[in-house]
Design a protein around this ligand. Structure first.
Ligand SMILES: C[S@@+](CC[C@H](N)C(=O)[O-])C[C@H]1O[C@@H](n2cnc3c(N)ncnc32)[C@H](O)[C@@H]1O
Length: 250
């Protein structure tokens, strides 16, 4: 019978997990995406250290769209009291459980769930809510941000791809009612790719502009909404502001 680590190494993964015995999980992208994961983890770690200090033992954390559990596992390894990962794809939930078991992380659990169907009252509140790499795959991003707010009692990190913004006055029914535009959404079609492990589950994707994202986070009830500074060696999309990580407080 193969060991857990042998089972992990026998497959290819989205994340190049460094396994407890020092070996690495092979990836299906040949390492091309390691930089985006590394940059985002370093930004998460910096944001949590800045907000909570480096002792995370009191924290209850939620990783929305956890995929194979990378960020949830990192939080658990850094000492969070409890970590829950949620993903729409059942296979990702199984994979996340396998990885957490290999690390012996009893405080990390995983469940299948579509963010649009989550019942915040059934999950309770979390000190940290992370929603990385999800918003721009959704057909109801505003609803997802409301869900983040309902689940959060302290700090929320949202990381997303952006589209260029639009601004200016809009005649709202008549020239007498002119409204300033608060941002924009771009429509992206993933309807032919919903089988993909990283894709939208419906294929209809609304990608926000930065102005729109910041405005929406405040409108759904967050305060102190801040765009986090990427590190000097950041993955190119974060470096050039084509995607951002935003911190928001309750
Ligand atoms: C680009 S991956 C990002 C994964 C991870 N959060 C990260 O940043 O590395 C998008 C993830 O969102 C999940 N997903 C897509 N639509 C979802 C939905 N409506 N609710 C929950 N998860 C969803 C996918 O299964 C996939 O794991």
């Amino acid at each position: 019978m193969s060991t857990l680590l042998e089972q992990i190494r026998a497959r290819e993964w989205f994340y190049a997990y460094e396994l407890p015995d020092g070996t690495r999980a092979p990836t299906y992208h040949g390492g091309e995406l390691d930089a985006v994961h590394d940059t985002r983890w370093s930004m998460v770690e910096q944001a949590l250290n800045a907000h909570f200090g480096d002792d995370w033992q009191a924290l209850r954390a939620l990783d929305l769209a956890c995929h194979q559990g990378y960020f949830a596992v990192q939080l658990a390894r850094r000492g969070c009291r409890e970590v829950l990962g949620v993903d729409a794809r059942a296979q990702h939930v199984e994979d996340s459980r396998l990885i957490a078991e290999a690390y012996g992380l009893g405080q990390a659990s995983f469940m299948a769930g579509d963010i649009h169907a989550l019942e915040p009252s059934a999950l309770g509140r979390f000190d940290v809510v992370m929603m990385l790499g999800l918003l721009y795959h959704l057909e109801n991003p505003v609803g997802a941000l409301r869900t983040c707010r309902a689940l959060c009692n302290d700090l929320c990190l949202v990381e997303t791809q952006l589209v260029p913004g639009m601004s200016g006055p809009v005649d709202f029914g008549s020239y007498r009612f002119v409204k300033p535009l608060q941002g924009a959404f771009g429509l992206v079609d993933e309807t032919q790719e919903t089988h993909g492990p990283e894709a939208s589950v419906t294929g209809i994707c609304l990608v926000p502009s930065l102005e729109g994202l910041l405005w929406l986070l405040e409108k759904v009830g967050f305060r102190e909404v801040t765009v986090l500074q990427p590190p000097a060696d950041a993955y190119e999309q974060l470096k050039f502001g084509k995607r951002v990580m935003v911190a928001a407080r309750v």
